[in-house]
Design a protein around this ligand. Sequence first.
Ligand SMILES: [Zn+2]
Length: 284
Amino acid sequence: MPELPEVEVVRRGLDEHAVGRRIGAVEVLHPRSIRRHVPGPADFVGRLADRTPTAVRRRGKYMWLVLDSGEMLLTHLGMSGQMLVQPRGKPDEKHLRVRLPLSDGQELRFVDQRTFGHLLVDEPGERVDVPVSVDHIALDPLDPEFVPEAFVRALRAKRTEVKRALLDQSLISGVGNIYADEALWRSRLHWARSTRGLTNAQALELLGHVTEVMTEALEVGGTTFDGLYVDVNGESGYFERGLNAYGRRDRPCGRCGTAIVREAFMNRSSFSCPSCQRAPRSGA
Ligand SMILES: [Zn+2]
């Protein structure tokens, strides 16, 4: 599943390849991919025709093209979505869902095998460059306007498990399962620790590791753990080589050599070192 660093890589690619190119006659090849665009496919196509993207922005895993009409083309890649830039005439991908021809002879192609991703044309909310449907999402830690102290205060005020808080999009956005496990490993914190039990210093350290692990992933083009994700030019990221906990069940912890364990968590998995990341006593 694409996480924040992967989405940021795609954003940078679109910034280079889509900004300043006029959009032509858009084709919706699967209605499910624009299911959140309530007025339907004809309206979606009409709002994009002859519009030119002026910027590409992102918050968490949401990404959007700001259009010269003042509206925005909002994208969420879901589980398996890809946004590719291809030359016109190149054979269609098997799971091509939406085609957006550009005035420079290339096409933006939204390819999505599992169709959990979606596109919609949205209006600005409280800010002219943020879509109304993204207004309620918290800033992500790579956003220049993110305030660490405010996050730490909100985190410590929660009565929940620390990993659950990291995945809470109203508190901090863009932290997926992989980066949560990696940041917790670096912080030597078990995922089930209570947020109320964290000191200010521990919470700040954890946030520092979240930011660090995402920045490192960004530098190498994101992770591609499930093999489905490719960036705007179809190239895979390779950050998985640098993972310390996620997906490493039964392999030795890089710090102490103890075998990494996998536990069920929110219908997914949590990977941790049982020695470096001691599980809380019940109620702790
Ligand atoms: Zn360890």
